[in-house]
Design a protein around this ligand. Sequence first.
Ligand SMILES: Cc1cc2nc3c(=O)[nH]c(=O)nc-3n(C[C@H](O)[C@H](O)[C@H](O)COP(=O)(O)OP(=O)(O)OC[C@H]3O[C@@H](n4cnc5c(N)ncnc54)[C@H](O)[C@@H]3O)c2cc1C
Length: 480
Amino acid sequence: MPDASHRPPWPTTPPTAALRASFADAVRRPYWLDALPPREPASPLEGPAEADLCIVGGGFTGLWAALHAKGDDPGRDVLLLEAETTGFGASGRNGGFLSTSLTHGIENGLARFPDELATLERLGRENVDGLRADLERHRIDCDLERTGALHLATEPYQVPELEEAAEAARRFGHEVELLDGEAARAEIHSPLYLGGVWVRSSTALVDPGKLVEGLGRAARTSGVRVHEHSPVRGIRSRGGRIELRTPAGTVSARSVLLATNAYPPPLRRLRRHVVAVYDYVLVTEPLSGEQKRAIGWERRQGLSDGGNQFHYYRLTADDRILYGGYDAVYRYGSPVEPRLDDHEPTFARLAQHFFATFPQLEGIRFSHRWGGAIGTCSRFSVFFGTAHRGRVAYAAGYTGLGVGATRFGARVALDLLDGRDTEATRLRYVRRKPVPFPPEPLRSAVIQLTRNRLAAADRDEGRRGIWLRTLDRLGLGFDS
Ligand SMILES: Cc1cc2nc3c(=O)[nH]c(=O)nc-3n(C[C@H](O)[C@H](O)[C@H](O)COP(=O)(O)OP(=O)(O)OC[C@H]3O[C@@H](n4cnc5c(N)ncnc54)[C@H](O)[C@@H]3O)c2cc1C
């Protein structure tokens, strides 16, 4: 029975007109992309072209793959096709939490890859070290701040979970600080905090817009031919090569790397494994000195809170607050379309939760609002595969932690394509695929039921009912 005295901290009253006004004038575009200097898009692909390697998708996965393919062999002719402009997808519209985890956190890693987790944790750290070295090598400034991640309890039942999380993170060599309620509220002044676990070594913050733009520039400088506004509409084997079709051109390539993550992929078999889950984000106007003093947060950690439905929030370089998450919206058939970037009810909920977290910021307005598709799979972490006799490889399904993992995903997909035997390609984590989602309409029914049960667990002090416990036993789940 739910405990009648138990009250989650989030308001349940309908949002007021003043609350709706706080985000009504917000620019409907990712803050990160809006802040970039404008540039001319690269020309679309026209007519026939040839390449050694053709990459489909110009987000982090595609751009890291392009850059590393050139690094491996500068003579390799690499061509990248992007449906919109590079960074248009999740890579240009995320929270910018750069995590060392390749498994969507240690808890998920322990549940799904217990035997390989120590290796995966090490490879994840090496990946972020390598990423930082790559940023230096290619002179990419993306405002990287090594703040760590602070996870906050907002209800009493979550407090013991902090200790468990701290213990697990320490076991895998992380630098961890456990905060009681007073210490958490001293760090960041919110009346909601009952404790926190600050994993200092797991996470850095970046400006994802600057990162994706910098990677695009570095790829072009390395000789990668980039075509924007060039959606791939067809893929087939032809004469020992792979042929890709766009509205105005074709590419005949020796090999192809698919980096389309949440988008409907050109390769149909991938659709069984990835669903698009929409996540929404608000960004405030820059805080004044007085507002900054009112919230503390001097050590600028990346924050998250709560239970199954959680918020993530952080400061930007110019001291705005980015606040996102909580609702993870799945729609029938997994569409990814610009019209879905706006979702009033979710922005109202986010604004309400924001002001419950920081009542002292009453009156602040949101300058930007947007949504984006997270490519989720049933194991919450990137998976890999090849098709067309090994000439096509893919990496997809990062769920909510792809900012760092995409570099690893790109590296592994390239190694699979080139037939390289590495420590990573030998892992079951790489060789096994996640359990597929059932086809529609069952898919929607199962996902909506799971979302509903996760929300119910949050209302009931985290108690997982029979449906979630069954999924746990089968190693399945839904997350963002
Ligand atoms: C709101 C939000 C917040 C997030 N926050 C975080 C975070 O804080 N930390 C974190 O680690 N992760 C976060 N993520 C997840 C992270 O952003 C992604 O995992 C990562 O960016 C995936 O990169 P990608 O290159 O694989 O996919 P994408 O960035 O989506 O790139 C795919 C590209 O392929 C293009 N494309 C699609 N189909 C075609 C086609 N047929 N032909 C040509 N091009 C095509 C698209 O236009 C797109 O540019 C967040 C995601 C969202 C949406």
